[in-house]
Design a protein around this ligand. Structure first.
Ligand code: SIN
Ligand code: FE2
Length: 218
């Protein structure tokens, strides 16, 4: 029996793996099977640690709204970028990392060749139409041997995936609901960002894109 036509074509495109260079892999639709559990866990995080717009060390309000889950949460304020165990807004620990997030991140990392990934930090980003994230490296973590796992939910976006130097011309990678990108090893410090998100509507998440970035920070 063939699996054709279950998803309006063949089964293949839904879970296709696309290499993005040495140490980097795009897993199309990898999060779709866990969509309901992921969104329920996200709701629970948001009741305890609501969206907020952080301020850059230079004093600019970031257009991406953020929150965190896990033992450590990523922060930006006038004092710089860093990870902290507590939400400065409530003084309480960040909400625990949902097991679904951990499991998904570990499974995606394993597919990309990074077995044993155990994230302790999940940065949650919300992009509205027009919101962008400028090119940057993720370098506030202690151990660059640990990969990054990034889960896209909601409306589409174009992920910019550059090289190890800011001036390297980035690849433009369209990401949709359920796609997961993993980068580690030789790709761990590649510059990346998000082009201004185009106005769109997602049946479940509405007019925004939500990205989960899972990391081993401590
Ligand atoms: C990030 O670099 O923190 C997020 C990337 C994304 O939203 O895809
Ligand atoms: Fe990043």
């Amino acid at each position: 029996m063939s699996g054709a036509d279950l998803f309006g074509g063949t089964l293949e495109p839904v879970r296709k793996e696309e290499p993005l260079g040495d140490g980097a892999l795009l897993l199309r639709g990898f999060a779709l099977a866990d969509e309901v559990a992921l969104l329920a866990a996200l709701d629970a995080i948001l009741t305890r640690a609501p969206w907020r717009h952080m301020v850059t060390p230079g004093g600019q309000r970031m257009s991406v709204a953020m929150t965190n889950a896990g033992q450590l949460g990523w922060l930006s304020d006038r004092r710089g970028y860093r990870y902290e165990p507590n939400d400065p807004q409530t003084g309480q620990a960040w909400p625990a990392m949902p097991p679904t997030f951990q499991w998904l991140a570990a499974a995606a990392a394993t597919r990309a060749g990074f077995a044993g990934f155990a994230p302790d930090a999940c940065l949650v980003n919300r992009y509205e139409a027009g919101t962008r994230l400028s090119l940057h490296q993720d370098r506030d973590e202690c151990d660059f041997n640990q990969p990054i796992v990034s889960v896209s939910l909601g409306i589409p976006a174009v992920f910019l995936f550059g090289g190890l130097h800011r001036t390297d011309r980035p690849q433009r990678v369209p990401l949709v609901h359920g796609d997961v990108v993993v980068w580690g090893g030789p790709a761990r410090l590649r510059y990346h960002g998000v082009l201004p998100v185009k106005s769109a509507h997602h049946p479940v998440l509405g007019d925004c894109r939500i990205n989960l970035t899972l990391r081993r920070a401590g």
